[in-house]
Write a protein that binds this ligand. Structure first.
Ligand SMILES: *Cc1c(COP(=O)(O)O)cnc(C)c1O
Length: 392
């Protein structure tokens, strides 16, 4: 076999991530690689921190991208803030809360689970009850935007309850950052991690994180060493920390960081409020189209994420065949269900650059065509007009 350069097809990515990457970001990533201690690169790192502080709406000095995907950011939060023997309250309403539990247990701590139905927000009353039953709990972890179901939780209220019981908070903002409001200082989130490939529309592989004063204090006063050398923030801070001498820790992914820098510049140019409003409007248009077709949303309206639309699969439809046909005929990727939702739902992402009228129309038209050809029980001919009434 003769192996030559790899040329992927051009797809439209409307699944749970990665999302369509803005071409400006791909262009930025192709610029010359320089050393990770080059003074020019170091000045870009300072800009990166300022841009991430803006995106997270925080003054936290320790705000930086972890070299690794969202899961690496998740693990960075847990391994630094959890010590063996701790009790951690984990709210679970989908797949990612389950991963938090895994992290807690691998740190040698006990996870007390607060369970809510998949497709619903986390219930603050259940968190309150769990904290009352477990006064020894030092930490509360929850997912702000549960990508496996499309549900959004009330982060500010959950953090307030945790703090009333002297627990710190870890929040997963992988899918929320850039798509819906994430206000780290206002909500007093002690530690947060996100990802680059969802509403920031960057390539996968980096995880922006931010840690507040109280979290840093806890990390500095640990009784035990962080079990991960790579993720130990006490060491990473020598490279990324404020006033640090930028000593070698690991080789930063230079070109990937050019991409994230560009993604954040694009977000700043548009403005946070404007980006949130755009996601909300594209969601309204897609929703109008889906409902005109007779497709049903999984999550109650008040708890829905605009950037992740989970819909039930119509009766008698082979859901995998539909996705395969969309990919083949329209180069369009939508997501399947994950975990308990596997085979029951589709997940349609409207994330970052991909949250635009063209993608909304493409998705509605393509889905209507493929479902019609498969003789699915849907209303035909109404979806695009319904979306256009929202898009104007
Ligand atoms: C995608 C996602 C992750 C994991 O991010 P990776 O970059 O795939 O490691 C974690 N949490 C949530 C809510 C996500 O949507």
């Amino acid at each position: 076999m003769q192996i030559s350069s790899f040329h992927p097809p051009v797809r439209t990515l409307m699944g749970p991530g990665p999302s369509d990457v803005n071409p400006r970001i791909l262009e930025a990533m192709s610029r010359p690689t320089i050393g990770h201690l080059d003074p020019v690169f170091v000045s870009m790192m300072d800009e990166m921190k300022a841009l991430l502080q803006f995106a997270f709406q925080t003054q936290n000095a320790l705000t930086m991208p972890v070299s690794g995907p969202g899961s690496a950011g998740m693990e960075t939060c847990f391994v630094n803030l959890v010590e063996p023997g701790d009790t951690v309250i984990v709210c679970q309403n989908g797949v990612f809360g389950g991963r938090m539990k895994e992290n807690v247990e691998r740190c040698g701590a006990t996870a007390v689970m607060v369970e809510d139905p998949w497709g619903r927000a986390v219930d603050p009353h259940k968190l309150e009850d769990a904290l009352k039953a477990h006064p020894e709990a030092r930490l509360v972890a929850f997912v702000h935007a549960e990508t496996s179901t499309g549900a959004q939780s009330d982060a500010k209220t959950l953090a307030e309850i945790a703090h009333n019981h002297d627990a710190l908070v870890i929040m997963d903002a992988v899918t929320s950052l850039g798509g819906t409001p994430v206000m780290i200082d206002d909500w007093q989130i002690d530690a947060v991690y996100s990802g680059t490939q969802k509403c920031l529309s960057c390539t996968p592989g980096l995880s922006p994180v931010s840690f507040g004063e109280q979290a840093l204090n806890r990390i500095k006063h640990r009784k035990t060493k962080v079990q991960s050398w790579f993720m130990d923030l006490n060491l990473v801070m020598g490279y990324w920390g404020s006033g640090a001498k930028r000593a070698y820790h690991h080789t930063a992914p230079i070109n990937a960081l050019y991409g994230l820098h560009e993604a954040l510049v694009i977000l700043q140019e548009e403005g946070l409020e404007q980006a949130w409003a755009r996601h909300a409007r594209m969601h309204q248009a897609l929703k109008a189209g889906f409902e005109a077709m007779g497709l049903r949303f999984v999550v109650p309206e008040a708890e829905r994420l605009p950037q992740l639309n989970a819909i039930s699969i119509p009766q008698g439809v082979d859901e995998a065949a539909v996705r395969a046909q969309l990919l083949q005929d329209y180069d369009l990727e939508i997501g399947a269900g994950l975990g308990a939702m596997s085979g029951k739902i589709w997940r349609v992402g409207l994330m970052g650059f991909g949250a635009n009228p063209k993608n909304v129309r493409l998705c509605l038209g393509a889905l209507e065509d493929v479902l019609s050809r498969m003789k699915a029980p849907i209303e035909r001919g109404a979806a695009l007009a319904a979306a256009d009434r929202v898009l104007g």
